[in-house]
Design a protein around this ligand. Sequence first.
Ligand code: SAM
Length: 290
Amino acid sequence: MNLTDITTIKALLETANTGFKKSLGQNFLINPAVPKKIAASLTKDGEKPLNVLEIGPGIGTLTVELSSVSDRVAAVEIDDSLLPILEKTLADCPNVKVINADILKTDIGRLAEEQFFGEEFSVCANLPYYITSPILMYLLEGDIKPREIIIMVQKEVAQRLCASPGSPEYGALTAAAAWFGDCERLFAVSAGNFLPKPKVDSEVIRITPFKSPPYRVSSEQTLRRVIRGAFARRRKTLVNSVSSEFPNMEKERFVKILSVMGLSPDIRGERLSVEQFAEMTLYIDGEIPL
Ligand code: SAM
């Protein structure tokens, strides 16, 4: 069955008495080259991934390709009306397990333990646009450290994830990703490759987690608060925006921290690199005396 063929997709949905759910970000791939290319990106230096966690299999277009390049696939799909379709389309893929759940309410660590027996796994997805940021934040700030994350996101999100400090795209998502791992933009996928056609173009990116934290911090929790504060109020100076996250700390202390770090008291958060946010945590928590 050709799962990228428009007539086939429509017929599958019709027989299951369902349709494209915009509210769940259901834009299915209609170019067979794209899921093949995504799956091929998982093979690094000729080495195949053992296990793959797919988010949102839809009708199974990418899942079939993932099944052929790995030992095991666990595919988490929220929409139960797609389950009878997946049963049909994945009938020849015995190494795929479909799990009917909301990924945002799933304990991914536990799921990986159950499905992959504690072995390493990769995350792969053509992410639904409407929850790209919460899923990304969950993956980047959670305790799991996959082998790699290969995902299709809106082009603008790819730009944000890989942005440099000071650029208009640089934000909390960029800083979270830069703390978590290396971000690479792999290839572009224009809107015409999906049904229904979305209003935006997409890109496939790879995030490879660092084996250990890239910089010293007092605690990851403080780092998250600093980053959240720095970008929650972008128009304010870093001192004003970060101090609202730390109401018990005097503003003067933040000014002093910036001065010790050789930064202007008027600097905005968007100018700082993750390395500098990490350094700030050491002064905030008194690990380095001022
Ligand atoms: N993988 C398919 C493809 O590439 O053609 C479908 C991708 S489609 C952009 C996103 C998929 O994610 C849909 O099947 C949608 O139902 C599913 N989805 C949306 N929200 C979800 C959630 N919270 N948890 C799990 N799956 C979700």
